[in-house]
Ligand binder design. Structure first.
Ligand code: RB5
Length: 151
């Protein structure tokens, strides 16, 4: 069982609340970093809080929800050591863990329904990183931008 931090903006609030109960039913420990109300707010605030907990090893994974999942994904991937994956189906969720070692799952509440979101979460948390050649590729990704490009 995992420690999972959840976060959302106003658009993702209802889905976050529903996924919290689902995660607890599956036996996971849930940390909620907000938002706590449905008033309009800004997704980067919650992406930052959740990613910090993952980077400090206070949570194993984060699940971040906004309207499309895009804002949460873009914001999360600004943090070195975070590998955020926007998933719209179970296959993507499984591969995000197996091949990309994603530690943040992003969901779009206006893109996936509640039942599909639950299955995506179940698939994501049920998979392990395969390592091997994928480890090398992740290392390459981590190193991107470190060398000056000469054209
Ligand atoms: C809010 O309307 C919306 O822009 C936000 O939830 C998210 O989809 C941004 O990427």
């Amino acid at each position: 069982m995992a420690v999972v931090v959840v976060g959302s903006d106003h658009a993702g609030f209802d889905l976050k609340e529903s996924l919290k109960l689902f995660l607890e039913k599956l036996g996971h420990q849930v940390i909620d970093v907000g938002c706590f109300f449905k008033e309009r707010t800004d997704y980067p605030l919650f992406a930052e809080r959740a990613c910090q907990l993952v980077l400090k090893s206070l949570a194993d994974y984060a699940i971040l929800i906004c309207g499309t999942g895009l804002g949460m994904c873009i914001a999360s991937n600004r943090f070195k050591g975070i590998r955020a994956a926007l998933c719209t189906n179970e296959y993507m969720a499984k591969m995000a863990r197996r091949h990309n070692d994603a530690n943040v799952l992003c969901l779009g509440s206006r893109v996936v329904g509640e039942d599909l979101a639950k299955e995506i979460v179940r698939a994501f948390l049920g998979e392990k990183f395969e390592g091997g050649r994928h480890e090398r590729r992740l290392y390459m990704v981590e190193s991107l931008g470190e060398e000056e490009i000469t054209l």
